[in-house]
Design a protein around this ligand. Structure first.
Ligand code: CO
Length: 136
């Protein structure tokens, strides 16, 4: 099995600009990218955290599932993503091992990456993502 690397930690936040500014001005991180992913209904700011990224998600709609997940919190941990070299191979391996998947086939994620979510019921309650990085 390939060496494991954390790719990103994603937080759903109430105020994207204020939270991004806080990471940059208070904590000294650098903003790496920002984009809107319409398919997932979120605006995203990626904070460069060395070998990994802190991804801030702000829902585009007030009645989206991800916004309901946030609830009354200003921010809440949404998922943890680990990086894989070949997502199709890893997904097939996990499926064969009996792990429950949300995405049976990989799909397009933020920042041009290919992703797939594993079901929290199979991951100890934490929404977990596989992430194959695009060449960039
Ligand atoms: Co993610």
């Amino acid at each position: 099995m390939a060496e494991r690397t954390l790719d990103h930690v994603a937080l759903v936040v109430a105020d994207l600009e204020a939270t991004a500014r806080w990471y940059v001005e208070a904590l000294g991180f650098r903003e790496a990218y920002r984009e809107t992913v319409a398919e997932q209904g979120v605006r995203i700011v990626g904070i460069d955290a060395g070998s990994a990224v802190i991804e801030l998600l702000e829902p585009l709609s007030k009645d989206s599932p991800i916004e309901r997940f946030r609830g009354d919190a200003k921010s809440r941990l949404h998922h943890i993503a680990y990086r894989v070299d070949d997502i199709a191979v890893e997904l097939a391996r996990l499926k064969a091992s009996g792990l429950r998947l949300i995405d049976e086939t990989p799909r397009k994620g933020a920042h041009g990456n290919t992703i797939a979510f594993l079901h929290p019921k199979s991951t100890g309650g934490v929404l977990t993502e596989l992430c194959e990085r695009s060449e960039r």
